[in-house]
Design a binder for this molecule. Structure first.
Ligand SMILES: *[C@@H]1O[C@H](CO)[C@@H](O)[C@H](O)[C@H]1NC(C)=O
Length: 124
C-alpha cells in the first residue's frame, strides 16, 4: 500500500495528541526574590508549572484583592510538553498584610499563601 507511511504518521499523531491532551494539574510555588523582610522592597513571584491544557489564570493577591502592577511571563512549554507561567509583582511586604496567589485551571481554583512556610520571614 502506497499510503502506509502517511497512515502510520497520522495514527502516531492521533496517539500523541491523546497522550498530551491529558489533564495535568499545575504545580504552584509562591516565593519572593529576596528573603522576605517586612518593610524591604522585594518581588513576589508565583510560578505555575507542569500543567495541561495551557489555559490557566494566575492572580497575585494582597489581602484577597488583586495586586497592582502585576506582570506575567509568556506562556512557555518544556520538552515534556507541559506548560509553565510566572506572575510577578514588586512589593514591600508589610506585617499587617497577607499575600497569596490564586491559580485557576480546568475550573478549579486554589489559593497559595506566601510566608506560611518561610521561617526566614522576620519582623523588624
Ligand atoms: C481566565 O480568566 C478569564 C477572564 O476572567 C476567563 O474567561 C477564563 O475562563 C479563565 N480561565 C481559566 C482556566 O480559569
Amino acid at each position: 500500500m502506497k499510503n502506509t507511511p502517511l497512515v502510520v504518521s497520522l495514527l502516531l499523531l492521533i496517539c500523541a495528541g491523546a497522550i498530551f491532551a491529558k489533564y495535568a494539574a499545575p504545580k504552584v510555588q509562591i516565593y519572593s526574590r529576596a528573603p522576605g523582610l517586612f518593610g524591604k522592597p522585594n518581588m513576589l513571584l508565583c510560578h505555575a508549572s507542569m500543567f495541561y491544557p495551557p489555559e490557566l489564570n494566575i492572580t497575585l493577591l494582597q489581602d484577597g484583592g488583586a495586586m497592582e502592577g502585576a506582570h506575567q511571563t509568556e506562556l512557555a512549554f518544556e520538552e515534556s510538553w507541559f506548560y509553565h507561567l510566572t506572575e510577578y509583582a514588586s512589593f514591600t511586604p508589610q506585617k499587617e498584610h497577607k499575600y497569596s496567589c490564586q491559580v485557576s485551571h480546568q475550573g478549579e481554583t486554589k489559593t497559595y499563601h506566601w510566608g506560611e512556610t518561610k521561617p526566614g520571614l522576620k519582623q523588624d
